[in-house]
Design a protein around this ligand. Structure first.
Ligand code: COS
Length: 383
């Protein structure tokens, strides 16, 4: 749902200009140093991008899902590490609170998340619980009015910068499934919470992940999201439904950027006496990419509108994440192919993007998990 066409168009234009003038020119520096310069972080804050989806009453922009995906598409035309920095505050790091938190919990954290003063991380994955998230082993044992947490969370996006973590832990040792899990808000600096070293990743330099380790970490029971024990897995799944739409949107933005780069290269590069864009085999790769991007965009906008209408979009979100991330991988591959040998050289952005976008088919649920969710929901609906 677009509430005011003019306002959202102005915001998209502002973000597009920022991407073109500030973010793209700094991509090589970020890749070399593995850090986003402070001035760019400040600009992201000043533009309000940390609070896109945080309700206005808590200081955010309160964008609808349709509005949010339009902005995400624009932002994703620059290196994915920039989007990753604002991603957790808008998505998986804050949504648990927004969807299921108490009013007090929202008031304490959301205003600072909206400005980017506080960074949020979502700590679900563990060394032995990735796709099978409900099997997580981090324990939270009741002790008076507190819980004591023990366990390790793995590959946690933005953890090295985070001031606050949404942590899924097992509060009911007897219940080994989803119903035994609760979601906690845990602040950085809480005794017993420590971080592992930064992971060395295939791509997305400038975006950081690491382990988050809990060793007898004492947390008040009032830090359980919504004060509801056993509701944490559902909170995580609802959070991911929204997150998957956002990821699908960034797959579109990244694919548009890669195709734009490939088209420009194909129009410049001459072989056999003419630009390679004039060869039909190259044209086929351009046309297939354009078609698939259009399909993904249509899907994501439709699913976003349905979510804005209050519909359950669990199936549609998985369809979008599956199609858009796989599409993005195909576009990346064709864009390298169009660049030829140059596509394998780091002087061209496509070499970096090819590695960066590989993550989209993995995180917030692999393609295979999306297939499983879609088919399961189909069977459930039919029954
Ligand atoms: N919204 C609300 N509730 C949901 C839900 C959703 N989208 N998905 C599941 N639930 C509920 C179910 O209704 C069920 O509730 P009841 O016990 O009351 O019936 C409960 O949660 C357990 O669901 P389910 O039985 O489907 O859980 P499973 O363990 O079988 O499988 C999958 C869940 C595989 C879908 C889940 O583990 C998953 O998404 N895995 C991928 C995790 C992931 O994306 N990790 C990335 C980390 S973040 S970067």
């Amino acid at each position: 749902m677009i509430r005011d066409q003019e306002t959202i168009e102005a915001l998209c234009d502002t973000v597009a200009r920022f991407v073109r003038d500030r973010l793209i020119p700094a991509e090589d520096l970020v890749s070399e140093t593995d850090e986003i310069p402070h001035e760019i972080v400040r600009d992201l804050q000043e533009l309000g991008l940390f609070g896109l989806s945080i309700p206005e009453e808590y200081g955010g922009m309160g964008l609808t899902m349709e509005e949010e995906v339009l902005i995400a598409i624009e932002l994703a035309k620059a290196s994915p590490c920039y989007r990753s920095l604002i991603g957790t505050n808008n998505g998986i790091g804050s949504q648990g609170l927004i969807l299921d938190g108490t009013e007090d919990q929202k008031r304490i954290y959301l205003p600072r998340l909206a400005t980017g003063e506080l960074i949020a991380s979502f700590a679900l994955t563990e060394p032995n619980a990735g796709s099978d998230a409900a099997s997580l082993q981090t324990t939270a044992v009741k002790d008076g009015d507190d819980y004591i947490l023990n366990g390790t969370k793995r590959y946690i996006t933005n953890a090295p910068r985070a001031g606050m973590f949404t942590v899924m832990a097992r509060t009911d040792a007897a219940n080994k499934g989803a119903g035994g899990i609760s979601a906690f808000i845990i602040e950085k600096g809480t005794p017993g919470l420590s971080l592992g070293k930064k992971d060395k990743k295939m791509g997305q330099r400038g975006a950081h992940t690491c382990d988050v380790i809990f060793e007898d970490c004492r947390v008040p029971a009032s830090n359980i999201i919504g004060h509801k024990e056993g509701a944490g897995f559902k909170t995580a799944m609802k959070t991911l439904d929204k997150g998957r739409l956002h990821i699908a949107a960034i797959c579109i933005g990244a694919a548009e950027r890669m195709l734009e780069d490939a088209l420009r290269y194909a129009m410049d590069r001459k072989q056999f006496g003419k630009p390679i864009a004039e060869f039909q085999l190259v044209q086929a790769m351009l046309a297939d990419s354009r078609t698939e991007i259009y399909a993904a965009r249509s899907m994501v906008l439709d699913a976003a509108r349905r979510r804005d209408d209050g519909k359950d979009v669990s199936t549609e979100a998985s369809c979008c994440k599956l199609f858009a991330s796989e599409m993005c991988g195909r576009v990346a591959d064709r864009a390298v192919q169009i660049h030829g040998g140059a596509g394998y050289i780091s002087e061209y952005a496509i070499e970096r993007f090819y590695r960066d976008v590989r993550l989209f088919r993995l995180y917030e649920g692999t393609s295979q998990i999306q297939q499983l969710i879609i088919a399961r929901n189909m069977i459930r609906e039919a029954a």
